[in-house]
Design a protein around this ligand. Structure first.
Ligand SMILES: [Zn+2]
Length: 325
């Protein structure tokens, strides 16, 4: 047996195995999907245009702390707004006679538990409009968290690391000051546990107030809206808000989004108010009719768009739709 023969019998296959396998071992572990805002370029004038004029018409409550602004939208319905960071996230506390529901926990830059305990002493259940980072920031502070049983949701219960979130807390994304003591370098979203899963049509009973869960996948697989039929309120999450609606990230399903929007548009005659999760907490129900129309125009190819940072941006009255090219 020559040395060459030995090589052909086992050494060469071994070398081939090593060459194939090493690149696999060397690959970094799969990262969670990049949250929507991290890739989003900043318009130069975003901070100059704040505060949004509509806020002075709302009933503002005084609370301790400088990060959140709290507005009473209806009796027992509080919008908890984060005006000092680019996302302008809005979480909602909905208070019944027996319990309260916290619809999202914000960015996790300010202390959500502290602000909510100034508004109610009732036991609190958390439900997220979806599990993008800007809505789950302080989930970890709460015991009872409801969620949707999707793979996407399960993955996001791991939270996010400071490295993944670095871009969220760069100085250009603040308008005004972060809360005293906040350290951008250690900003991270701790993991949390879901206590119970919700399904479409589930009713969350707060005592004298019932909230119906409408699963509205599209923006993310776990996007949902909350319907308070008696008070004619619809909490729309990121499925609708007045502003650029992001529909280009990998976790967005455009066909599912269209079905969800059509479904919500059917509810318009039964609604008094939309309460979205960004920018402004009180919008007219008719916006949903407009959104459904707009989306039909986009999908039929009739709507005009301009390219913006490699995405199609379709601008309509009061909102725009951002889609991948
Ligand atoms: Zn969002």
């Amino acid at each position: 047996m020559t040395r060459m023969d030995a090589c052909t019998t086992w050494v060469r296959p071994f070398i081939v195995f090593v060459l194939l396998a090493v690149p696999l071992w060397a690959q970094p572990p799969a990262k969670p999907a990049r949250p929507e805002a991290l890739a989003e370029p900043l318009p130069a004038d975003w901070c100059r245009d704040l505060p949004r004029p509509g806020y002075k018409e709302l009933d503002r409550l005084s609370v301790a702390g400088t990060w959140f602004e709290v507005y009473r939208i209806r009796p027992g319905v509080f919008a908890i707004y984060e005006p000092h960071q680019y996302e302008e996230v809005i979480s909602y506390l909905i208070v019944g006679s027996q319990r309260a529901l916290l619809f999202d926990t914000g960015l996790g830059i300010g202390d959500m538990h502290e602000v909510v305990s100034q508004l109610t002493r009732l036991p609190i259940t958390v439900l997220n409009s979806h599990t993008h980072f800007d809505h789950i920031g302080d989930n970890w502070q709460f015991q009872e968290i409801l969620g949707v049983d999707t793979l996407y949701t399960h993955r996001n219960t791991a939270g996010a690391t400071d490295a993944q979130l670095r871009d969220v807390v760069v100085p250009e994304r603040f308008c005004g000051q972060p809360p005293p003591g906040f350290k951008p370098g250690s900003y991270a979203i701790p993991p949390f546990k879901i206590a119970r899963f919700v399904k479409d049509g589930d009713v969350i009973d707060l005592g004298d107030r019932q909230l119906e869960v409408l699963l509205t996948p599209g923006h993310t697989p776990d996007a949902l809206c909350l319907l308070d039929r008696k008070h004619k309120l619809l909490f729309t999450g990121d499925t609708f808000y007045a502003g650029p609606i992001f529909l280009y990230v990998p976790e967005t399903d455009v066909a599912a989004y269209r079905r969800s929007v059509e479904r919500l548009a059917q509810l318009v005659p039964q609604l008094d108010l939309l309460l979205p999760s960004h920018n402004f907490p009180a919008e007219k129900p008719e916006m949903l009719t407009r959104l459904a129309d707009a989306f039909r125009q986009v999908q039929s190819g009739k709507a005009k768009f301009k390219m913006s940072e490699g995405r199609r941006e379709y601008t309509f009255d009061g909102f725009s739709l951002l889609l991948s090219p």
